[in-house]
Write a protein that binds this ligand. Structure first.
Ligand SMILES: CC(C)(COP(=O)(O)OP(=O)(O)OC[C@H]1O[C@@H](n2cnc3c(N)ncnc32)[C@H](O)[C@@H]1OP(=O)(O)O)[C@@H](O)C(=O)NCCC(=O)NCCS
Length: 346
């Protein structure tokens, strides 16, 4: 499918994005005549047609308000989400991204991709296509739990990116591409790779106190900690932490990483937990779980995308059901009445 592309050295998330673009060539509901957006719809969904004399401080017509259903007109986009073809695109993306992720991992390590085995479930197939061996029931269950935990999570940055693209009545493959781009960043999905990199940098539990002291002195953010919404222990990390511990018991490499992580967690929580309500988030233990299952660390964020695409596509379908283009206003807070200075005089 991606023959000729330099997959061996490409950023794996870029390879995933490229793969979904190839999928786009194959199937999209927008390729059907009935699914094309109309010019009238585009005009009617323009945010500027709504009175906007308000500020984002909670007043009645807040700028960042997404629930004004009563102001929306029915749109053709609904028809697109009703038909089986659009659901096919979602399933195509959910299944296809798992296949792509495994193929990218194998090609990057000089091996040939493996076809999915129709006898296996989604989680087992993902592991099978990555490793070339059928997973144990425990591995399958742990991967399934990890996929469930990462599938959806409110209005996170990548879901929002998907919805913004979908709201222009672009198609779901373009929307998912936007989600992959947003998830890639270290402040979002990329944090799980950073976590295992940092744990490797620390090396062992006894080196945590000195490393942590230096990191704090340098003003470093500790990956895998903190969350915009959770000012408490992320409930997903509560599920993943014991799973990581369980996997570590039978894997000496992972065991060292796990005990280093536990020590780092104690250091961060006793310091930043009390002071700034910073606790482990979902990314802190997910990398350890994947590591124990033999997943290379540069595929962790790709696995996050393989899971989150279920949430992305569900949210896009839901949003298009009553679509309105996202068009936030920005508030100008600079000076007024400034003189224009010609370029040559600046
Ligand atoms: C998730 C995250 C982006 C949330 O960001 P946010 O809500 O904008 O919060 P801020 O970045 O403004 O942080 C608020 C304060 O906590 C501190 N802080 C937040 N996360 C921190 C971390 N992981 N390590 C150290 N300090 C942290 C900030 O330095 C800031 O301190 P200040 O008020 O003294 O300036 C942020 O916690 C972070 O960068 N975490 C590390 C990356 C990560 O794990 N991302 C995955 C999220 S699931």
């Amino acid at each position: 499918m991606m023959a000729g592309a330099p997959l061996e050295w490409m950023n794996p998330m870029a390879a995933l994005r490229m793969g979904t673009n190839f999928m786009h060539q194959r199937q999209t509901w927008r390729d059907s005549d009935g699914g094309r957006p109309s010019f009238e719809d585009a005009i009617a969904s323009d945010e500027d047609s709504i009175p906007m004399e308000t500020r984002p401080t909670g007043e009645e017509h807040a700028i960042y308000e997404f629930q004004r259903r009563h102001l929306r007109r029915p749109r053709d986009a609904r028809a697109a989400t009703d038909d089986a073809e659009s659901m096919d695109s979602c399933i195509h993306l959910i299944a296809g991204m798992a296949t792509l992720a495994a193929a990218i991992g194998r090609i990057r390590s000089g091996r040939l991709p493996i076809e999915p085995d129709p006898e296996l479930g989604h989680a087992a197939n993902l592991l099978y296509m990555m490793t070339g061996r059928r997973p144990t029931p425990l591995e399958e269950r742990v991967m399934d739990v990890a996929l469930i935990l990462h599938a959806d999570h409110g209005m996170n940055a990548s879901t929002f990116a998907c919805l913004v693209v979908a709201s222009t009545m672009s198609d779901i493959y373009f929307s998912v591409d936007a989600g992959i781009g947003a998830l890639n960043g270290p402040l979002h999905g990329g944090a799980n790779e950073e976590v295992t990199r940092v744990l490797g940098e620390i090396g062992s539990p006894d080196r945590v106190p000195a490393w942590y002291r230096d990191a704090r002195k340098a003003g470093r953010k500790i990956p895998g900690f903190g969350h915009r919404v959770y000012k408490t222990y992320d409930p997903r990390a509560r599920v993943l932490a014991p799973l990581a511990g369980m996997m570590a018991e039978s894997n000496p490499d992972c065991s060292q990483m796990y005990s280093t992580a536990k020590r780092l967690e104690d250091a961060v929580v006793s310091d930043l937990g009390a002071e700034k309500r910073i606790f482990p988030n979902v990314d802190f233990y997910s990398g350890i779980v994947y590591n124990a299952m033999g997943v290379p660390d540069d595929l962790y964020t790709v696995l996050f995308a393989v899971s989150r695409v279920a949430g992305w596509t569900a949210r896009v379908m839901e949003y298009l059901d009553n679509n309105r283009i996202f068009r936030p206003r920005s508030l100008y807070i600079g000076d007024f009445d400034r003189e224009y200075v010609p370029m040559e005089n600046r």
